[in-house]
Design a protein. Structure first.
Length: 663
């Protein structure tokens, strides 16, 4: 805390005496994403992406990030891209010239400052910063700790959406119960485990007054290096986090109910053993037989059987997926018409179904179809959108025209969220989705199923099924892999008086089981569908329409549609996954427009005759909330490090973000 105060004081001093380091309210952090890899030597590799929107009449020329860390740590390996373009590093900061497309790194007693020089006015920019941190892990006698500030009180604005993913690449296997995670910040955040070494974070609306940090505690034997501190801290850490969790946790009763059910299940299992002694004896005998030689051999066989199946299935399914994709491409019918650009809608099918057809082979993005349908319902009159300040209201209407099945599902979601009220704001709708996870998951499943059913009614597709001989070949190959490779791995173990062929026979059995797992888990992925000639032609036209959306700014003015047409085109662009780019291009291509108030999404996006792409972000965030929510996620805090929620404040670590600046 003392270092943070000193750093902030130094920043304010530089603001007053040297070149301006002023934080303007017209620069907003829309999205921040961290990808963090903790290495076996105790170092860490970071890649953080900041999507910043610059508003107002001022042209911004500098955006920077401040990093704090103690002397025992070091940060290097800087790599910066802006909007996907790699920028070159200057030898020293140039705050007077501020050359566009360059960045500089300046080290000081508190850490480092990364400054990126750009030219931005009324537009969003995406800044990606990658770097390496030495001694990122604290190594104590009884624990290894990774503790990092993701945001600071010195941010330029509230962060609309913060995500992070941390992967630990330790030198040995780690049990999930030894992977303890905590996060501190807004209480509606979720920090959950993806596996025994990976955790993901999601939190919305992070104010600069409530920064976010993450803390991960692991076994010290996982690492060969780090910042060594000769003391025992595990009990102290657990005590601190439990105190924070108890203070913030408003869902303790739910956790107690869960524990009660687990205890009941344990009693039921014990009673089952008493009621079924023969089956219980058979289970015990199977366990005893598996350890037929000695503990070392049985443990090795178990390890290879379970953990070897994962890479085997992954590699084999990846190879087969590539083969199937190439086979599918070779069997597809060639479209009779395939123009490079198509300047009008190829047909009048609903936007969501156009998006499903466009993604028929590459995978349908249900989230895009959700947003496109919501926008299209305002054009059809099923919904009205009204903007009042920063709030956007959704108001169901009686249009007189029939509702399609997937539209009924969205309208039903809005009706459920607004209850008896005549309208609901987008923020309230998102909050309702977040608090009713099971309901949301069920609704989004019905929405996707409805689209699939309607698409099947529109198209003609041929199903290509897998050949039985391919399944037999897979079992044969997997058995041979087990016989030779696993047999060799096991041949060095002491099998005592077992026959010499035992290692290879055990490998043969394991390989055969792997093949069965592969067939059960993936079916070899060889079932796919091919479109008819008519539908391939339609797909080609929709792809050409997508190319026009991508490149319309390069066309002559006379070849570009009138702005009134874009009200409908934008909905289809969203369904095709091109909405964010198009709204930015429209804002540049049509800088001055007449304000309209027609109750559609389009009128909400206009503000003083200009496109406000933050409105599109707000609308699109509804589907992101619906498709990110999980029935297994909970916002309750867990003092034991199991993951799930946030504590309000942990004091922060001594390393990480010291804030950002823009001017």
């Amino acid at each position: 805390m003392k270092r943070t105060i000193i750093l902030l004081a130094a920043i304010f001093f530089l603001c007053a005496v040297l070149s301006p380091l002023t934080v303007y309210a017209a620069a907003y952090e829309d999205k921040v994403d961290f990808q963090i890899t903790v290495n076996p030597d105790g170092s860490a590799d970071f890649s953080e992406t900041h999507t910043v929107s610059f508003y107002g009449s001022q042209e911004y020329t500098r955006y920077g990030r401040i990093y704090i860390y103690p002397p025992e740590r070091a940060m290097d390996g800087w790599f910066v891209t802006v909007d996907g373009e790699e920028w070159k590093r200057l030898d020293r900061p140039d705050n007077d010239g501020r050359p566009d497309g360059r960045f500089a790194v300046e080290y000081n007693d508190e850490g480092a400052v990364v400054t990126m020089y750009h030219r931005s006015k009324n537009r969003p920019r995406t800044f990606s910063i990658s770097y390496h941190v030495e001694n990122a892990v604290n190594l104590y006698n009884d624990a290894a700790e990774f503790f990092w500030n993701l945001t600071s009180k010195n941010e330029i604005s509230t962060v609309n959406t913060l995500t992070a993913r941390v992967t630990v690449l330790g030198g040995m296997e780690m049990r999930e119960e030894d992977f303890r995670i905590w996060a501190h910040g807004p209480l509606d955040g979720v920090f959950h485990k993806e596996s025994a070494n990976t955790a993901s974070l999601l939190v919305s609306s992070v104010p600069d007054s409530n920064p976010v940090d993450i803390r991960i505690v692991m076994p010290p034997g996982l690492f060969t290096g780090g910042k060594v501190i000769r003391e025992s801290v595990l009990d102290n850490i657990l005590g601190q986090e439990q105190e924070l969790a108890d203070r913030a946790n408003i869902e303790r009763a739910e956790r107690e109910e869960r524990d009660r059910r687990w205890a009941e299940e344990a009693l039921i299992y014990e009673q089952w053993r008493k009621d079924h002694p023969i089956r219980a004896w058979m289970d015990d005998a199977a366990y005893a037989i598996f350890g037929f030689i000695n503990e070392a051999v049985s443990s090795t066989v178990l390890f290879i059987s379970i953990f070897g199946a994962i890479p085997f299935v992954f590699v084999m399914s990846s190879i087969n997926t590539r083969k199937n994709k190439k086979k599918r491409e070779g069997m597809r019918l060639k479209p009779t018409v395939s123009p490079e650009y198509y300047r009008s809608l190829p047909d009048r099918r609903p936007p969501a179904l156009a998006g499903c057809l466009a993604g028929f082979y590459e995978g349908k993005n249900a989230g895009n179809q959700f947003t496109a349908t919501l926008m299209d319902m305002t054009l059809k009159g099923h919904l009205q959108m009204r903007r009042e300040g920063r709030n956007i209201f959704l108001i169901p209407k009686e249009s007189g025209s029939p509702l399609l099945n997937h539209e009924e599902i969205i309208l039903d979601m809005i009706d459920g969220a607004r209850d008896e009220a005549p309208s609901i704001t987008i923020r309230s709708f998102q909050s309702y989705i977040r608090k009713h996870a099971e309901w949301s998951v069920k609704k989004r499943g019905l929405f996707a199923a409805s689209l699939d059913e309607q698409l099947d009614q529109q198209i003609e597709a041929t199903l290509i099924a897998p050949a039985k001989r391919k399944k037999k070949a897979t079992l044969l190959i997997s058995s041979l892999v087990g016989y030779f490779i696993i047999g060799i791995l096991l041949s060095g173990l002491d099998f005592g008086y077992i026959i010499p062929m035992a290692p290879k026979l055990i490998g043969l059995v394991i390989g055969f089981v792997w093949g069965l797992i592969l067939l059960f888990a993936t079916g070899l992925g060889s079932v796919f569908r091919l479109l008819s000639q008519k539908d391939e032609d339609s797909l080609a036209l929709w792809q050409a329409f997508g190319h026009f959306i991508d490149d319309f700014t390069t066309f002559d003015e006379k070849d570009v549609p009138d702005i009134s047409v874009w009200k409908e085109y934008l909905v289809y662009a969203v369904a095709l996954g091109k909405g964010e780019k198009l709204i930015r291009d429209l804002a540049l291509h049509y800088p001055n427009l007449q304000q309209i108030e027609d109750g559609t999404y389009f009128s909400c996006m206009l503000m003083d005759g200009h496109f406000d792409d933050k409105v599109f972000t707000s609308i699109n965030d509804i589907q992101k909330e619906a498709y990110h929510v999980s029935t297994s996620a909970s916002s309750s805090s867990d003092g034991g490090g199991g993951g799930g929620g946030f504590s309000s404040s942990g004091g922060g670590s001594d390393s990480g973000s010291g804030g950002g600046f823009a001017d």
